[in-house]
Design a protein. Sequence first.
Length: 287
Amino acid sequence: MRFYRREKRDLPWRRTRDPYRILVSEVMLQQTQVDRVIPKYRAFLARFPTLRSLARARFADVLRVWLGLGYNGRALRLWRCAAAVMRERDGVLPSDVDELARLPGVGPYTAAAVAAIAFDAHLAVIDVNVRRVVSRALAGHDRLTPPAMSLLARDALPRSSAAEWAQALMDIGAQHCKARPRCGGCPLRDSCAYLRARPEPAQRVRAPARSATTRARPGFAGSTRYYRGCVMRELSRHGSLRCAALGRKVKPAFGISDAAWLRDLLAGLARDGLIRIDRARDRISLP
């Protein structure tokens, strides 16, 4: 806790206790690096400063702000969650973790994070970073089962300040207890079971240098994920498009031989609830 109060990362969602803003940050941070989230978080809240404004927006407007962050299904779930809270709870997010977890698109981790950080609930918040820190420092390895991890994290909670505790562990995990640990400056090094079990202190391991060719190549260009993003981007601009017109916009060389590929791509997006397919009119639109 002394480490956190002295060296905590200055992140915009740490300057608020507003449950809505905490929820937005937690959804954005799922599978996404902090430095990518910060500008999107600010832009999103500038456009949708309250849960009410998000619930009243069209999904196309929400998507336009979200695009570039990836995993667009998160935007849809957040939008639906806001609508459900307005409809069923008069726009007030619940403080109880079980009630939070019952909201659309809010899983156990997000519910615990919002309850602890926004409402001071005495809960263990376990993300990837916290899991590494607690399991290594107290058990000496990374092989704990989920039930054992939950028990250990709950037992390790201090009597108060669960929110600060969780964020302190997140910072230690992000800065020191990485997949390849950097134990030298870690505030837990004097009592860490993982470090005691190692023959030598873990040092930073430099990754092999990548060639200029490797660095220049986009990591997922041409993949299904890439084209899903292209579809969502075009629909956010146009709202609704005929199937062939959409195909030509997402793939310049689109031809009749690509029709089956496009149908499969769109079917996946429709299953995820991200688009609507009107087969009678041959049109694709957003929810």
